[in-house]
Design a protein around this ligand. Structure first.
Ligand SMILES: *Cc1c(COP(=O)(O)O)cnc(C)c1O
Length: 379
């Protein structure tokens, strides 16, 4: 693990604290989740729910997740055998990769990738193969031939994050169809990271890969409460998959963390059943924040890519006369009093992402306004 060092989020958030800069780096919201949901967690603690819950998760949450997948996507999962609770989506992805890929196996990821993917592939002793997302007509997409070329005899898994952090792409039915074709042709398992499943904009639909023909039986879907209900610190997630994959994931997860905190599971179950109107308001508000940040970034001279989902905008720094996002991100707190994330750290082909920095817009309007006012001085 030596090559991994400290995550960029820790470095940049520490820089924000040290310099007093506005932190548009790490993607955590600055408003609270739904009040009644918070009360459920408080009540669970007060009522003494303090001991180990069942390893696979509270039945209440597994039933709520099964109901959510069915109502929203028409996907049927048996809560007792095909739904499994994890310490956030991070552990859901980690346990899935550790369970399903071994030493020498290859795992395909789209770059830029969420940083934990590379680390957990390394922990599994597996090898990552990257397929690059590039902007085409204003949105990030991949070249189907590049995806097909990434598959080899040792390929076991493909990790699919849609809505995609940090590129902001929500894969279309056509793009997902290409991924599904590749999975079926080469007998691959897909692990999907759907933590932004509710946070899509302009009427863009999130389509779970498992809903495509023949994909439910070969897809491990992962999501969590963190982004949907603005509780990124709760680390309460879940996996839905055919029973044999859930058993494999469970075998790994039981020795990573055994179980997941009970009070937040209780609250997440409540929220999935009762707080989707709140989530819709969050989604609408985020869409406005996205537009606010993009106008500001454009006025400051960046080329900003309008995401179809997530919390993030990818900005090209070249129109401002910069070429290296890492240099700029390290200098930005002093130059402008703002922190951003250099996207190149999420690429194996760093040159493909050298000129991008990522800004988060899950922040109060006044914070976004102040940040873009400061950035306007850059030019
Ligand atoms: C935030 C994030 C996660 C982490 O989810 P947790 O439930 O907090 O573990 C996973 N994947 C992506 C793409 C994210 O942006």
């Amino acid at each position: 693990m030596q090559e991994f060092g400290e995550t960029i989020f820790a470095e940049m958030s520490a820089l924000a604290v040290r310099t007093g800069a506005i932190n548009l780096g790490q993607g955590f919201p600055d408003v609270a989740g739904p009040g009644a949901m918070l009360e459920v967690a408080v009540e669970a603690i007060r009522s003494g729910e303090d001991q180990y819950p069942p390893g696979p998760g509270l039945p209440e949450l597994r039933e709520a997740v099964a109901a959510q997948r069915l109502q929203r996507y028409g996907l049927e999962y048996d809560p007792a055998a095909e739904v499994f609770v994890t310490v956030g989506a991070t552990e859901g992805v980690a346990a899935s990769v550790l369970a399903l890929a071994g030493p020498g196996d290859e795992v395909i990821v789209f770059e830029p990738y969420y940083d934990s993917y590379a680390a957990v592939i390394a922990l599994a002793g597996a090898v990552r193969r990257t397929v690059t997302l590039r902007p085409v007509e204003g949105r990030f997409t991949f070249d189907p031939d590049e995806l097909r070329a990434a598959v080899g005899p040792r390929t076991r898994l493909i990790l699919v994050n849609s809505p995609h952090n940090p590129a902001g792409a929500v894969f279309t039915r056509e793009e997902l169809g290409t991924i599904a074709d590749v999975c079926r042709e080469h007998d691959l398992i897909a692990v999907t990271d759907e933590v932004y499943e509710y946070l899509t904009f302009d009427g863009t639909e999130h389509i779970p890969l498992a809903t495509l023909d023949g994909m439910r039986e070969r897809t491990v879907s992962v999501s969590s409460a963190g982004k949907t209900f603005s509780v990124t610190g709760w680390k309460t997630g879940w996996v839905t998959a055919p029973a044999r994959y859930v058993r494999a994931v469970q075998t790994v997860k039981q020795f990573l963390t055994y179980a997941v905190n009970a009070p937040y599971q209780r609250a997440a179950a409540y929220a999935l059943g009762n707080e989707l109107a709140w989530v819709e308001e969050l989604r609408t508000s985020l869409q406005g924040k996205r537009d606010r940040l993009i106008s500001g970034l454009e006025a400051a001279g960046f080329t900003a890519y309008r995401p179809q989902g997530t919390y993030f905008v990818q900005a090209d720094i070249r129109p401002l006369g910069f070429s290296d996002g890492m240099d700029l991100a390290r200098a930005l707190p002093d130059k402008a009093g703002v922190v951003a994330i250099p996207t190149q750290v999420f690429y194996d082909h760093a040159e493909a992402g050298a000129h991008f920095v990522r800004f988060a817009f899950c922040k109060k309007d006044e914070v976004i306004d102040e940040a873009v006012a400061r950035l306007a001085r850059l030019g």
